[in-house]
Design a protein around this ligand. Structure first.
Ligand code: AMP
Length: 223
């Protein structure tokens, strides 16, 4: 099962990708996470990407395409992948088509998570994650059960993304509308686009995505 989760920042792509990983035994590929790891490592790519990410703009296509080409060949993508944050431009989508063709793979589905813009800002500016296991939380919508303690691993240190602030969010939304939204007609023309109401509760969104995927491919590996 090879799929793309498409949607603006804060639409819930990362949350859904994590659930789908377990259900279908496939791997989440988050280009944002990959870039943040490069920034943290201080690599040449990280040094180039850091300021762009902080401004809410998009990192150059050629960097992303190079990163993705090697990531797609990793062993954990053998049974499939969930692209989260890639492609973000029509150029990236074209490059992805070529990469997949060269590797004898195809896309099963592109799922758009549709969320009102006014809701996105609140979702993004309240989110934080456990510094140890990366479990995601939100100040009001999903605080840890015990304040200051991660539900998943018991960690007590939390982080907030540098670009999850009200100012940068506007730039990220503008980048989505200008550069990424044109992918919707691109994939609609390929006949593989499905849209899900991303305003629903996460469990309901997951059910809707599973219905789409299960109609296209063999049953989920785990129930
Ligand atoms: P995300 O975690 O997907 O919200 O990505 C965080 C930031 O990383 C974005 O605002 C971009 O600056 C950069 N980024 C992630 N994926 C891409 C991509 N496919 N193309 C360009 N920039 C990207």
């Amino acid at each position: 099962m090879n799929l793309i989760l498409l949607g603006p920042p804060g639409a819930g792509k990362g949350t859904q990708a994590k659930s789908l990983e377990t259900i279908y035994g496939i791997s989440q590929i988050s280009t944002g996470d990959m870039l943040r790891a490069e920034v943290a490592a201080g690599s040449p790519v990280g040094l180039e990407a850091k300021a762009i990410m902080q401004s809410g703009g998009l990192v150059p296509d050629e960097i992303l395409i190079r990163m993705l080409a090697s990531r797609l060949q990793a062993d954990d993508c053998k049974h499939g992948f969930i692209l989260d944050g890639f492609p973000r431009t029509v150029v990236q989508a074209g490059a992805l088509d070529e990469l997949l063709r060269a590797q004898g793979k195809t896309l099963d589905a592109v799922v758009e998570l549709k969320v009102d813009e006014a809701v996105l800002v609140g979702r993004i500016s309240g989110r934080f994650a456990c510094a140890s296991c990366n479990a995601g939380y939100h100040d009001t919508a999903k605080p840890p059960k015990t304040e200051g303690v991660c539900d998943t691993c018991g960690g007590t240190e939390f982080t907030r993304r540098a670009d999850d602030n009200a100012e940068t969010v506007q730039a990220r939304l503008a980048a989505y509308n200008r550069q990424t939204a044109p992918l919707l007609p691109y994939y609609a023309a390929h006949g593989i686009l499905a849209t899900v109401d991303g305003m629903a509760a996460p469990e309901a969104v997951l059910t809707a995505i599973r219905q789409i995927l299960d109609a296209k491919a063999p049953k989920a590996m785990v129930d």
